[in-house]
Structure formats: C-alpha cells, structure tokens
Design a binder for this molecule. Structure first.
Ligand SMILES: NC(=O)c1ccc[n+]([C@@H]2O[C@H](COP(=O)([O-])OP(=O)(O)OC[C@H]3O[C@@H](n4cnc5c(N)ncnc54)[C@H](O)[C@@H]3O)[C@@H](O)[C@H]2O)c1
Length: 304
C-alpha cells in the first residue's frame, strides 16, 4: 500500500501501538511529537515539534500525507484543571492547527482520539453516542471543542471516543490509568490504594484493540461519524485488583482510602455502533491483556 499516515503524538502510548499496526498493514508512517524520538519508534520520518506551532506546515509541505491520526494531547483531567490555558493550547489549539493544515494540503481523512470524558457523569449505562455531552473538566471541554472543529473544518473524519485504554508502555506516573498504576505497584511488591469501596466500574480496552480500530478507520469507507470504542464490559476496581494480583502472584491486600472528588462512579461505553460499522469486535479480554503485560515485562527484564 502506498499511503502515508501522519501520526501526531507518535512517542505516546496509544501511538506506539497504532504505528506498529499501521506498518504491519503496509502504510508509510510519519510521526510528530514534541518529545525526542524514543528508541522503540517504529515509524519512518520523525519530527520533534509541537503540533500547535506554525512550523507544522513544513511537514505537510515536505510529504504527501494521505491520512492523519491525531493522538497528540495531554490526557490528564487534573492537569487541565490546574492549567486550563495549557490544556487549551495542547488539546484544542493543537487540533485546530492539525486540521487547518490537513485541509490545506488535501488530507483524505483524519482520525481523532476523543474520550468518554465528554459524557461527564452518565445519566444511563451503557453510554451510547446519543447520550448528552457535558463537562466536569477543561479536558472534556477542549476534547469536545476539538470534535466540533473537526466537523466544522470540512475534512472527512472519524471521531473515536475511547473508554479506559490499558496495555504495555502506558505511563504509570502522574495521573496514569489505574491498570498501569496497579500493575507497576504490584510488580514492585508495593502497597496498592483503592479510592472508595472499589465497587466503581470501568470499561477497560486493551491498546492493541484501539490500534486496530484506528487503522480500520483509515481502511474503511465509513466517514464523518462519532463512535465509541470500548468493550461494553463492566469491571469493578476490586475485580481489576484481583486479576492483576493473580497474574503477578501479588500477596498483599489493597488499602482502601476515601473516594476522590470528581471520580465518576460507573463508566461503560456502548460499542454497538462500532461493531455494526466496522464488523470488528475488540478481541482481548482483561485477563488476556494483563497476561500480555506480564509476559512483555518479563521479556523486558530478561533482555536488559
Ligand atoms: N489512554 C487513555 O485511556 C485514553 C482514553 C481516551 C482518549 N485518549 C486520547 O488518546 C490520545 C493518546 O493518549 P495516550 O494515552 O497515548 O497519551 P500519551 O500521553 O501516552 O501520548 C500523547 C503524546 O502526545 C504528545 N503531545 C502532547 N501534546 C503535544 C503537542 N502539543 N505537540 C506534540 N506532541 C504532543 C506527548 O508528548 C505524548 O507523547 C490522547 O489524545 C488522549 O486524550 C486516551
């Protein structure tokens, strides 16, 4: 296949897996990220640049880009609350810049990584795409504004609203996903804290399924749709704890702490629309995904 994809945020967690899938499918990949090129970058040309900068245009001038997968963002609710101006620049202005040049240089389709956060506190479960949107953080506002700009600017698009993504390579520092945090702590035999009674539910999706969805969005004729990408499966935080505990042979009990302000109690995304349009079901169960994480971390430990 002679098609070129620009992946923004290409040094990040989801991008790393998406790029591997793109390459397996025969796409040429160009990456842009403000971080230096990581050792495990598998794509072609790498541009170290802020995607909100006017210099972004040079990438479009230098390359014939067919598709853009826009993953660059700071995916942190608490960071967005602390510094909404920065959130606006990184998550909204950057998207406007990417879309502007994509349109100017004839990109055929943009795939955008939105989030379940745009549904705020769900009024019903599972949350389908017709559910009203809302906001309890600047992050949700800038993601929603980005969705609207993409629709406005006139390029064909797929907007994916991911549920909770987990897998190898996810940052376990800061406000990382709960899977990455639990996995890291248990593999180092450290104490694990659970906020609330642990009966809050999440819809965890393995990163390889997200990568596959991103690539399906390019190869399919489906366009101009907003679609949840999830497993439509509810897992309590206690069940997650037990799954990782069994996989890693961790022996300690969790430490229960008061619930955190602003945490959503239950979150499950309906994935019926995704299954109907793409004829593809996220394939990796939580147990299998955690198993992959354990196998790959053993591999890393024995390699180095
Ligand atoms: N991880 C999840 O559970 C989840 C859920 C829903 C949506 N998303 C979205 O998916 C996308 C990827 O998330 P991730 O988990 O891989 O995050 P990540 O932090 O691992 O990757 C994001 C990458 O974008 C880069 N970046 C950020 N702002 C940039 C800018 N202005 N210019 C250039 N590079 C920039 C960062 O350096 C980083 O490498 C994000 O848009 C996020 O909002 C993630």
């Amino acid at each position: 296949m002679d098609k070129t994809v620009l992946v923004t945020g290409c040094a990040g967690f989801i991008a790393t897996h998406t790029i591997k899938t793109l390459i397996n499918e025969g796409f040429n990949v160009i990456g842009v990220d403000r971080k230096p090129e990581p050792d495990n970058y598998a794509g072609g040309k790498y541009y170290q640049m802020d995607v909100s900068a006017p210099e972004l245009e040079q990438i479009f001038k230098d390359n014939k880009i067919d598709y853009v997968i826009h993953l660059a963002a700071v995916p942190s609710v608490s960071e967005s609350v602390k510094n909404p101006q920065k959130d606006c620049k990184d998550n909204y202005y950057a998207t406007v810049n990417v879309c502007y040049f994509s349109k100017l240089y004839g990109v055929k389709k943009i795939v955008f990584s939105s989030t379940a956060a745009v549904y705020a506190n769900p009024k019903y479960l599972p949350v389908d795409e017709e559910h009203p949107t809302g906001f309890i953080s600047p992050y949700a506002i800038t993601k929603m504004a980005s969705e609207n700009f993409i629709k406005y600017c006139g390029i064909d698009y797929i907007i994916f609203r991911y549920s909770n993504v987990y897998g190898e390579g996810q940052d376990c520092t800061g406000e990382a996903g709960v899977v990455a945090i639990f996995f890291d702590l248990m593999s180092r035999d450290k104490d694990v804290r659970i906020f609330g009674n642990g009966e809050q539910t999440r819809d965890f999706i393995y990163v390889a399924d997200i990568a596959k969805a991103n690539v399906c969005a390019l190869t399919s004729d489906i366009k101009n749709e907003v679609i949840n990408v999830s497993t439509n499966t509810k897992t309590t935080v206690n069940e997650l704890f037990e799954t990782i505990k069994r996989t890693l042979g961790y022996k300690k009990m969790p430490i229960y702490c008061p619930p955190r302000e602003g945490d959503i109690e239950h979150s499950i995304l309906d994935n019926k629309k995704f299954l109907e349009l793409f004829n593809y079901t996220p394939a990796v169960s939580l147990k299998e995904g955690i198993g992959h994480m354990a196998n790959n971390s053993i591999l890393l430990k024995t390699t180095y």
